[in-house]
Design a protein around this ligand. Structure first.
Ligand code: CA
Length: 346
């Protein structure tokens, strides 16, 4: 474990992570507001521990409008029997509860994207304070973190796990093996956009295995996304020998395992060059070609204006697609992935 100095948290935690058995309660984060200067916000947390063994952390709802992880983690939190467990499982199904209850990506309290607030700040904004607690007071107990996301209202995604291209080959292999055990159709290795302030980066700084997921989006609950999430969570517990059994990873297309993919370079991201109404050409999972249209921007406010064609710059499989119809200049409307090939091997 990497030692990192951490300032005292303002969030209070009722859970004694060292105690055996099931503990369920609420983190209490102070929030002064017009109706209560000494008000708090309560965040559900469940710990299930039995004897010695690895610790698995499952988090959902870091973005409020991403539902599959919230459903899957809260199901596990309600039902996991300590007698089944060897080790410890910490479950926080709706960590960014203000955003969850507001059904938005951003926190309605401070307007921040919590997944751009890590490692946080005890004296910062509300989201920064929560990020600081998760980083400094939960992660030190953890061996593997699985943070469940979707594309929210901002897009759709193929059910997939994801991870960074880690500089340490050993950690990269460990993480890829964990992703394979999770058993989503795809595992995407990527470099990311603005990644330093994400939860994943905080987990990695502590040399803990970090898996993310993208399991749907479009502001709806993906049935397949929930199935993959629930199965993946059980699979990770089996893989870590926290519960008995072997991960089940059969895919709908008949293949036996997760396909490792990568987002090779910035040209895999399609940005729109203007604000308008976006008509996508493909849904996620489609094979796409460089030079072919990703979609068309329509300017319905102008009578005779031609739509603008937005093109893919890379061949591959569409990992993420556009979400809302009305997009702004600079929004991402497609992310293309390719089969994984370790760039270190050329
Ligand atoms: Ca997300």
């Amino acid at each position: 474990m990497v030692e990192v100095h951490v300032e005292r948290s303002r969030v209070s935690n009722p859970i004694d992570f060292d105690r055996d058995g099931r503990q369920a309660g609420y983190l209490r984060a102070p929030l002064s507001r017009n109706t209560a200067g000494w008000g708090i916000v309560e965040i559900p947390i469940v710990s299930v521990k039995n004897g010695a063994g690895p610790t698995v952390l499952f988090t959902g709802g870091i973005h409020g409008d991403e539902y599959e992880g919230q459903i899957a983690v809260s199901c596990l939190a309600r039902t996991l029997d300590p007698a089944r467990v060897q080790g410890r499982v910490i479950m926080i199904p709706a960590f960014n509860i203000p955003a969850v209850l507001n059904d938005t990506r951003m926190s309605p309290i401070d307007g921040r994207d919590m997944n751009r607030c890590f490692p946080g700040n005890a004296r910062g904004t509300f989201s920064e304070m929560l990020a600081h607690f998760l980083d400094g007071f939960v992660l030190p107990h953890v061996d593997i973190s699985v943070d469940l996301h979707t594309a929210g209202h901002s897009g759709d995604s193929v059910p997939s796990t994801n991870m960074h291209y880690l500089p340490s080959a050993a950690m990269r292999e460990k993480t890829m093996a964990a992703a394979k055990a999770f058993g989503a159709p795809y595992n995407v290795v990527f470099w990311g956009v603005d990644e330093g302030a994400t939860f994943t980066s905080s987990v990695e700084r502590r040399n803990i295995i970090s898996l993310g997921t993208e399991l749907g989006g479009w502001g709806r609950v993906s049935i397949e996304g929930v199935r993959i999430a629930k199965r993946g969570i059980e699979n990770i517990l089996k893989y870590m020998h926290v519960i008995e059994g072997t991960p089940v990873t059969e895919q709908c297309d008949g293949s036996a395992a997760t396909q490792h993919m990568m987002v090779r370079d910035p040209a895999c991201y399609s940005f729109v060059p203007a604000s308008g109404l976006f008509e996508p050409a493909n849904i996620v999972g489609a094979e796409v070609r460089a030079g072919r249209p990703a979609g068309w921007l329509h300017f319905v406010e102008d009578v005779d204006r031609e739509p603008l064609e937005v093109r893919y710059e890379r061949d591959g499989v569409l990992w993420m697609s556009a979400g809302p119809g009305r997009v702004k200049r600079g929004d991402v409307v497609g992310v293309v992935m390719n089969e994984y090939r370790d760039p270190a091997e050329g």
